[in-house]
Structure formats: structure tokens, C-alpha cells
Design a protein around this ligand. Structure first.
Ligand SMILES: Cc1ncc(COP(=O)(O)O)c(C=O)c1O
Length: 378
């Protein structure tokens, strides 16, 4: 049996999404900037996809800019704001961000900006009072992750944006893990910039977007032609743009049932570990609306995480030790260190991330094997 429980790393493209994309690789290959019919048809596809996405996210279509991935969107948001707002020099983030944010911020720190980190508690929630104390008239941008890719913590973005509005600072939200997993309404959240990546919700890899609120002073990312309002030039990836729009539509359509099902599965998973008297910690918040559905970041006491992952892998169970981007590293993940997972647990931490295709039978297979391996290891 093969069981894929690494949906937080990436997801596969669904049949419906693939069908939407296929024509643009062969028959409908016109350049959206061309003035003939094949070009105009594809310009419409790009425009319609942008309109659909804007409606689904509740923002203006002119505020959606297509990029190649979440990492690109995040880099653009942070560095693009820094380039066009030279009078302020403080950047505020947390130590539990994705490396796209951490390293973009560090890049600017090396060039003279001041980098300030907001504290998070043991479940990964931002200390709002600390944020209030850090923002000032010198704050250039606050960049925070909405839903943590490792431990699933979902922040209250509205409370964060209220603080940033009062302080007149730009707020960028990394919503790469949040979208299609928790509700997200850009207008209500009232943020300035927000990053999304297609491959986290059954869209293709290699496409993302940056929401940029009207009036935001941001430098262009790529100079060239007229595309993306001259801010991110380059011939549009029509197939992937249309595919991402379709994936978003489907994902949001199924959001409630997806959340309910995966939360039920997660509770069942933990109940079975409890019944088997396994010594584990659930890192991050309890299962419910403040945790990403299907995210089970578990630490097992006194065993070796690499061999646990290896043995699960041998049983056809695909998981992740912390963040996929870090899987080459044997250092405990920066997020787990930050939330202070105890030393005798931290080395055996596995992130099981369930997805829309996960079945009850698959989960039982995983839990049976996990219990067996953990008991034998100890
Ligand atoms: C929270 C978060 N931000 C950003 C990214 C980067 O997105 P992409 O893989 O599209 O570059 C990821 C990917 O794992 C993520 O989980």
C-alpha cells in the first residue's frame, strides 16, 4: 500500500484541473499579448482567471499579480516594499516563518535594515502585545505566516492587521498553507500584500500569485513588457494560471466538508495513539479551527526520527520530518526549536499532512504501522 501523507509539501493536480490546462499546451498556444484571434482568446483566459480568483478571494482583479510560486511572491512582497519605501527601515517577522520569508528578511538585514522578531507562544501563536510594542513609525513592513506549514497554527490575521493599520505599516501575509484549508477573505482581513502558491491546493507547481492592495508602493519584480501591469513582466503561463483558478474554485467549494472530514480523521488518529499508550506530543494547537485541517505534527519520546521516517517510508507511508525544504538537514527544525519541543521528543518529529484524497482505510494502515514501529523502536 502507498499512502501519501505529505500534502503540506505539495499536492497532485486533479483531473478537472488537468483538463482545464491541457488545451493551452498544444492547440491554444497563442501569446496573450498578440493581437490576432489566438492571442486575444488567451488574453481572455488570463483575464477571466484573474477575475475568478479576485471574486473568490474578495479583492479587485487589478490587485492580483501572477508569479511562479509562493517563494517568488514572498520575495517580491518584502524586497519590493523595501525598494520603494526608503524612509523606513524596520522589518518585523517571527522565527517560525517559512525560509522564503526568513531569508528575504535576512537579505535586507545584511543591507542595513533592522530585523525584529515577534515572540510566539508554545503553540506558535503570535504575541499580539509584543507586536504592538515593536511597531513604530519606522516600521517598513510586517511579514507573517497565516498558517504554519510545520505545526499548523492559524493566526488571527484580522487582529494583526488592526495593529498594522494603526501603526501605518505595510502588512504582508504568507497564506501559502492557509488558502483552501481555512477561510480567507482579503477584503475582511484588510492586508496590503498576500502570497499564495498553486501547488498546495491541487493546482500545478510553478504558479503563484501576489495580492497587492491598490495604492501600495512596490517596486517591479521583473522589468520587461506590459504583463502584470508592468510589475512582473514575461509571457503569461496561461495553462497554469487557468489551472490555479480552477483548483482554487474547487478547493473553496469543498472547504467546509474538507475541514470537517480531516479534523475527524485527525482526532481518530490521536485517539488510537492514546489507546495504544504511545508517548507522543502534538506540536501546535489542538485540533479545531485554529489548526490546519489534517496537520498532525507529532513528536515521539526517545526514538530516532530519521529511522522512524525511514521505516514508515519502507511501508509505503510518505511523510515529512518537519518542513520538506529542511528534510536534507538533520538539525531540528527552527519552528520546533522556537516552540521549545522538549529535547527527548524533538528528534523524532514527523509531520503527517492528510489531504483531500486521504481515506479512512489508508489512515488505519498508517496508524497500525506507526504503533508497531514506535513500540518496537522503544
Ligand atoms: C508557508 C509556506 N510559505 C511559502 C512556501 C513556498 O511556496 P513555493 O513552494 O510555492 O515556493 C511554502 C512551501 O512549502 C510554505 O509552506
Amino acid at each position: 500500500m502507498k499512502v501519501y501523507l505529505d500534502n503540506a509539501s505539495t499536492t497532485g493536480v486533479t483531473e478537472e484541473v488537468l483538463e482545464v490546462m491541457l488545451p493551452f499546451f498544444k492547440e491554444e498556444f497563442g501569446n496573450p499579448s498578440s493581437l490576432h484571434k489566438a492571442g486575444i482568446r488567451n488574453k481572455k483566459v488570463v483575464n477571466n482567471s484573474r477575475t475568478k480568483i479576485a471574486e473568490l478571494l474578495n479583492c479587485k482583479r487589478s490587485e492580483i499579480f501572477f508569479t511562479s510560486c509562493g517563494t517568488e511572491s514572498i520575495n517580491w512582497a518584502i524586497k519590493g516594499i523595501a525598494s520603494n519605501n526608503k524612509t523606513k527601515s524596520d522589518i518585523i517577522t517571527t522565527r517560525v516563518e517559512h525560509h522564503a520569508t526568513l531569508n528575504s528578511c535576512k537579505y535586507l538585514e545584511e543591507r542595513g535594515y533592522t530585523l525584529l522578531y515577534v515572540d510566539v507562544d508554545k503553540e506558535g501563536f503570535i504575541d499580539l502585545n509584543h507586536l504592538r510594542s515593536l511597531v513604530s513609525e519606522n516600521t517598513l513592513i510586517v511579514s507573517l505566516i497565516m498558517a504554519n506549514n510545520e505545526i499548523g497554527t492559524i493566526q488571527n490575521v484580522k487582529e494583526i492587521s488592526d495593529i498594522c493599520i494603526k501603526a501605518s505599516t505595510y502588512l504582508h501575509i504568507d497564506a501559502v498553507q492557509a488558502i483552501c484549508h481555512t477561510s480567507l477573505n482579503i477584503n475582511e482581513l484588510n492586508v496590503d500584500l498576500l502570497s499564495i502558491s498553486g501547488h498546495k491546493f491541487h493546482g500545478p507547481k510553478g504558479i503563484g500569485l501576489l495580492y497587492i492592495k491598490e495604492g501600495t508602493k512596490i517596486a517591479p519584480l521583473i522589468h520587461g513588457g506590459q504583463q502584470e501591469q508592468k510589475l512582473r513582466a514575461g509571457t503569461e503561463n496561461i495553462a497554469f494560471i487557468a489551472g490555479m483558478a480552477k483548483a482554487l474554485e474547487i478547493g473553496l467549494d469543498h472547504l467546509e466538508s474538507y475541514q470537517e472530514r480531516l479534523n475527524t480523521y485527525s482526532r481518530m488518529f490521536l485517539k488510537r495513539l492514546d489507546e495504544a499508550k504511545i508517548d507522543y506530543l502534538l506540536n501546535g494547537p489542538e485540533i479545531g479551527e485554529k489548526r490546519l485541517p489534517g496537520n498532525l505534527n507529532l513528536s515521539f519520546k526517545g526514538i530516532d526520527g530519521t529511522s522512524l521516517e525511514y521505516l514508515l517510508n519502507r511501508k509505503g507511508i510518505y511523510t515529512s520530518t518537519g518542513s520538506a525544504c529542511d528534510s536534507q538537514s538533520i538539525e531540528p527544525s527552527h519552528v520546533l526549536v522556537q516552540i521549545k519541543v522538549p529535547e527527548d521528543y524533538i528528534n523524532a518529529t514527523i509531520r503527517f499532512s492528510l489531504g483531500s484524497d486521504t481515506t479512512f482505510e489508508e489512515l488505519n494502515y498508517v496508524i497500525d504501522n506507526l504503533i508497531h514501529i514506535v513500540k518496537k523502536e522503544i
